[in-house]
Design a protein around this ligand. Structure first.
Ligand code: ATP
Ligand code: MG
Length: 256
């Protein structure tokens, strides 16, 4: 399997000038497949995502949610099918306009401030006022000089999100970013995410937390066994999911 490095840390473009990424949409996925170790793990996915808002991806463990996110971001190469961002194939320029936050925060072994300065410098905007603004937004201004590794899990995740947003991405992928966090830290991450959405960043967010999905989702993609079983507006999905599997999943039943 080819596992490419995240591209957001080498973003040099000022993407906010381009109409907050509207040219990247619709995102169209056609007959996307991914296989590893002789097993087909993503099985012919067709999906269209519009600009803006929060798309929540749900589904049981092993459904293929993380794989799909990594394929969309270009961290994995599809085995077959197409991914087109506004009609364009995924390339480095598009990838640099996207950022990703993982379940476990990835920190530079340096200070909190240095973690932010690193991405600001790559964007040519490393100034202390901007860094302070970003850290204040993340509730970490008073921790700036502390080693990032000494932050708690929730604080590290806030820093990871702040750092991802410092690249001013047009698309932000989030893979269960709050699954290890307490309710208060979870809400802080959600607030920061919603603020980014309100600025026009497209959010694609994986969660198992039903309350969180209801709070954040504009539309819901439900996956099972490497397939997308449905893609519905949030109100429709939570009111009456189209697939029996999604209904069972939300009712807390084991689905096979
Ligand atoms: N490199 C790999 N080789 C073989 N199988 C893999 C590989 N990567 C993932 N898988 C399998 O693909 C399936 C989908 O994995 P994925 O991580 O996308 O699931 P998920 O929906 O994110 O689940 P979870 O909710 O547990 O995070 C799983 O059964 C996983 O074991
Ligand atoms: Mg996963």
């Amino acid at each position: 399997m080819r596992d490419l490095r995240p591209a957001n840390v080498i973003d040099l473009r000022n993407t906010q000038d381009s109409g907050a990424g509207a040219d990247l949409f619709p995102l169209t996925v056609e007959d996307l497949t991914y296989q590893a170790g002789g097993t087909v793990l993503i099985k012919g996915i067709d999906l269209t995502l519009g600009a803006g808002g929060v798309t929540v991806i749900m589904g049981p463990n092993g459904a293929g949610k993380s794989l799909l996110l990594r394929l969309l971001h270009g961290l994995l190469e599809p085995s077959g099918g197409w991914i087109a961002w506004g009609g364009q194939p995924l390339d480095d320029a598009i990838r640099r306009r996207q950022a990703m936050v993982f379940q476990r925060a990835v920190m530079l072994r340096r200070s909190v401030a240095a973690n932010i300065d690193f991405v600001l410098r790559l964007r040519g905007r490393a100034d202390p006022a901007r860094r302070r603004e970003i850290l204040e937004h993340a509730g970490l201004a008073d921790r700036a000089e502390q080693p990032a590794r000494l932050l708690s899990g929730g604080e590290q995740q806030r820093l990871a999100l702040a750092r991802a947003l410092a690249t001013e991405p047009d698309v932000l992928f989030m893979d269960e970013p709050t699954s290890n966090l307490d309710p208060a830290s979870t809400l802080v991450i959600e607030d920061i995410t919603k603020a980014a959405r309100d600025r026009g960043t497209k959010i694609v967010f994986i969660t198992h937390d039903m309350g969180q999905a209801r709070r954040l989702a504009d539309d819901v993609v439900f996956m099972h066994r490497g397939k997308v079983l449905e893609h519905s507006p949030a109100a429709a999905f939570f009111n009456q999911p189209a697939s029996a599997e999604a209904g069972d999943y939300m009712a807390g039943k084991i689905i096979l």
